[in-house]
Design a binder for this molecule. Sequence first.
Ligand code: PEP
Ligand code: MG
Length: 325
Amino acid sequence: SHAAILAGSLNIPYLVNVPASVRQYDNGTDVILNTNKGYMLVNPTGEEIARTVARQERAAAEHEEALKVADQPAVTQDGHHVEIAANIANQDDAEKAVKLGAEAVGLLRSEFLYMERATEPTMDEQVKAYEGILGAMGKDRPVIIRTLDVGGDKPLAYLPLPREENPFLGERGVRIGINRPAMLRKQIRAILKAAHAGHARIMFPMISSLDEFRAVKKLVLEEQEKAGVTVEVGIMIEVPSAALLADHFAKEVDFFSIGTNDLTQYTLAVDRGHPKLAARIDGLHPAVLRLIDMTVKAANKEGKWTGICGSLASDPNAVPILVGL
Ligand code: PEP
Ligand code: MG
């Protein structure tokens, strides 16, 4: 879920699907929380604590070692360079990403500007926020700004969306922008105004058919004309229909970014936030890998590039397969 993704980026251990009986323990009870493996150990023995502390020290030392080479390019042994970009949600994350060696921002979740407030952010607020992030990354590190991606599991206080039977299949992502073009146009205008501060790219979430992309691309072209600024425009491949039609999309977009979080839930028909089914969310499922393969091949054929912004890209088990694809 998004809460888990955000907690992860803040280094906050986060465990879900824990039995309600944990409430019976008093504050101050010793616990070991292992959120990599997904368990909590209550009243651990001295030996268990010592083992955990040793593991933490080892991880910290490995992290220090990794930091020493963080600003070097990531090149495979056979000489293939892979751009390593950060997923961020605000300017603090951008500054952290630069320190940790990010070569770009592959996904700026622009929701941060819109959430936890009672009114839509003003043009000025939006421009300032984007300028801050683009400036922090600098001209040499492109930033993919994803347009507002709410609905589904991300509600907005001032955007009353009707209760839906299936919110993930409802008014979500780019569908909201298409149904409320004024809000989307304002965001695009703000991005173009801020673009001078760095290297901005625009990306649309949850595109499922060509007419949707053409509608939002038209909006970008109109605003670019007015602003006298052009930026690259890409789409997320996170709905199976977009992957299946990738050869058509590839002719019209500048780039693809695969959103494996949603691509997996929509391909396997498993709700990404479902506590009982979460373990079935497998981004390495052959069906998902086939869609990724199709997407990359279609992009290559048109001389376009493909990135991955879903969490799968940060899974060490998945990286060799993704690089191979
Ligand atoms: C995705 O779906 O993979 C993605 C990166 O977008 P989000 O997690 O914000 O839905
Ligand atoms: Mg998504």
